[in-house]
Design a protein around this ligand. Sequence first.
Ligand code: NAP
Length: 290
Amino acid sequence: MKIGIIGAGKAGTTIGKVISDSSDCLVGFYSRSFQSACDSANFTNSNSYEKIEELILASDTLFVTVPDGEIAKVWDYIAGLSLDLNGTIFCHFSGSLSSDVFSCRGFNDDFHNKESEVRFASFHPIFAFSNKYESFKTFQNVYFTAEGDSFAVKKLREFFENLGHRVSVISSENKAKYHAACVFASNLLVGLISSSVGILKDCGFDEETAYSAFETLTMNNARSVFEKGAEGALTGPVERNDITTVEKHLKVLDGNDKEIYRVLTKEVIQIAKNKHSDRDYSSMMELIGF
Ligand SMILES: NC(=O)c1ccc[n+]([C@@H]2O[C@H](COP(=O)([O-])OP(=O)(O)OC[C@H]3O[C@@H](n4cnc5c(N)ncnc54)[C@H](OP(=O)(O)O)[C@@H]3O)[C@@H](O)[C@H]2O)c1
């Protein structure tokens, strides 16, 4: 496989580095600024291209790692170039967009005739790329979620599995819902921890103390839920069906904090019900207003 990367940012450079460290498949980079392409090419011991056409012609597989809002524009530009893309695979790495973003928009007539020869896929790494030059160090064993043309998905799945990654395939229709799930497990968790720190600050803690006070609790809980599942990890007043304590919490919380507490408590009651089928949580459910 000859892989060219369009977009020399955090994701593109990290994936390029992972590829170049373990294979000779990486051709090089094209980016909006030639300097970015040169930097990433130097970092991965590959080539930099000033013209996107030159990278495409040197590659049989293109990873489009530009920001989500740019993917369609980059594709429109490529589709208008009248290049022979016979057998070429285009893949992006967005979590929320499907491979449909490589649509027929922008095709000229000549290209349209060759449409069936071009393959499209998306492979979303369930990973936060925080740094262009450092993220590759923690990229081992990252899961990818793939969708798209079956030939492209099969080929890239084999490629990433050979690099030690695991790949799950989903339908294009489920892509947005799948991405919402990723947001629950990452960004919303950040929001939840931030809310809990805010409440501690209301109780007189300074921010640094609040974060460190919760670190052990949160890390142990996260480890526990991944080791034992939600039912195995669940503890606390809701599980114990301790109505008096939950009543007290609802009295002292307000605004967003109260709303988050109510909605997540509903989910926790469901977990508790599955765990203790002999317990009646209906009064708890009524208390939180559901
Ligand atoms: N960041 C994450 O944690 C993460 C996680 C999973 C998936 N992804 C996906 O990875 C993709 C890239 O995200 P990122 O975080 O790597 O973004 P990024 O760090 O901002 O990098 C994007 C790169 O694309 C280049 N670029 C922008 N517009 C371009 C254009 N029109 N033509 C050519 N190059 C262009 C930029 O160019 P210059 O540097 O040349 O100006 C930049 O280097 C997105 O689809 C995103 O959803 C990101």
